[in-house]
Design a protein around this ligand. Structure first.
Ligand SMILES: [Zn+2]
Length: 124
């Protein structure tokens, strides 16, 4: 059964699968992340070079800024609507900020690798 929302149906992971589960964009094995956001040099299963994901670029910065803006807007809205105490703001926003930034980094690294892989396959 083909995956919904994924135009590629040859066993390759979607962006969400790659970012969430650390699936290699080429072989689909969970080799993309060696830690929370750390990327190894290459895939242990298929040998795909992961160096492009470590290079950084504008995408991680852009996604982090978007996450920060969304969280700031939500915090301001919550403060205006409910007026919670400061300690409650810390309990809510600290884990959301850390999780949001880590998710943004994982998404950007997975997207960078998927884009590089697609580009190299069209050139080959
Ligand atoms: Zn692989």
């Amino acid at each position: 059964m083909p995956k919904s929302g994924s135009p590629v149906s040859d066993g390759r992971p979607s962006l969400a699968e790659a970012a969430l589960f650390g699936c290699c964009p080429r072989c689909g094995e969970r080799t993309l992340f060696a830690g929370v956001v750390a990327v190894p040099d290459r895939c242990r299963n298929c040998g795909l070079d992961f160096a492009a994901a470590q290079a950084g670029g504008r995408l991680p910065l852009l996604l982090t800024v978007i996450v920060a803006v969304v969280l700031i807007v939500l915090a301001l809205w919550l403060d205006e609507a409910v007026r919670p105490p400061l300690w409650l703001h810390a309990i809510i926003w600290l884990p959301l900020t850390i999780g949001g930034v880590l998710a943004a980094i994982r998404c950007s690294r997975a997207a960078t690798l998927m884009r590089r892989l697609a580009r190299s396959e069209t050139e080959a």
